[in-house]
Design a protein around this ligand. Structure first.
Ligand SMILES: [Fe+2]
Ligand SMILES: [Fe+2]
Length: 235
């Protein structure tokens, strides 16, 4: 591989991963929509879940167009059925819905808002900025859905949902921590990579810490859910 080829490769790899992540979010949210119907959550929450499925399919398509505009091959990307349709366990639909809401929304979508804001602040490529602007606007709605859905679930079964969240959230924390925080410094990004929407490892780490400490932990605490995050020790 030539040295000159490396930055372009990293840009293409990043956008391939984003296409797959957005399409996976569509699949997970379609299951969340199904579970909101099964569990009988209020109609406005079901309508928002339906909207989010459409948003995530749009994000996947827009991200695919972005990666082509950045010069990547138009070969189809591989998808793993296991990630699109994770095992459902044997604890029933309410427990499964709590798991998805805690992991994909109270963590995933809540982290997505400041992450996409940080990407958009640096990205000035004309094919990329409009994509990040659309995604950022939608992610704020997705974040709101997660916390509203958690409130609805707590109203259904306060003790059961708190107990389930208490077992699910530490795993979610560790998984996002491994992806966004415990990642070393990485090699510096070029101006071309920043323009294409890539984010330095330090920015991922800072957004993760700030969001967990200032948004996720306080929001959980106000709902009577404690989360031992361990982030002060890791600073
Ligand atoms: Fe998305
Ligand atoms: Fe989203």
């Amino acid at each position: 591989m030539s040295v000159l080829a490396r930055p372009a490769d990293r840009i293409h790899l990043e956008w391939r991963n984003r296409v797959i992540a957005e399409y996976t979010s569509a699949a997970i949210t379609a299951r969340v929509l199904h579970l909101t119907v099964i569990c009988g959550l209020d109609r406005p929450l079901q309508d928002t879940a339906l909207r989010i499925v459409r948003d995530e399919l749009d994000h996947a398509a827009l991200s695919d167009e972005a990666r082509l505009a950045l010069g990547d091959t138009d070969e189809p990307l591989g998808l793993e059925v296991g990630r699109l349709d994770p095992p459902r366990g044997s604890d029933g639909p309410l427990a499964e819905l709590v798991d998805h809401v805690c992991t994909s929304f109270c963590f995933g979508e809540t982290l997505a808002v400041p992450l996409f804001a940080a990407m958009r602040a640096r990205a000035d490529h004309p094919a990329i900025q409009p994509v990040l602007t659309r995604v950022l606007a939608d992610e704020a709605v997705h974040r709101g859905f997660g916390w509203d859905a958690l409130d609805a679930l707590l109203a259904l079964d306060p003790d059961g949902v708190r107990a389930r969240a208490a077992t699910t959230l530490p795993t979610a924390l560790q998984s996002y921590r491994a992806a966004y925080h415990d990642i070393g410094d990485g090699s510096p990004l070029t101006a071309e990579e920043l323009s294409a929407g890539l984010l330095p490892h330090g920015a991922y780490r800072e957004v993760f810490r700030e969001t967990v400490l200032k948004t996720i932990v306080p929001r959980l605490g106000s709902r009577g859910i404690a989360l031992d995050h361990g982030l002060h020790d890791a600073a």
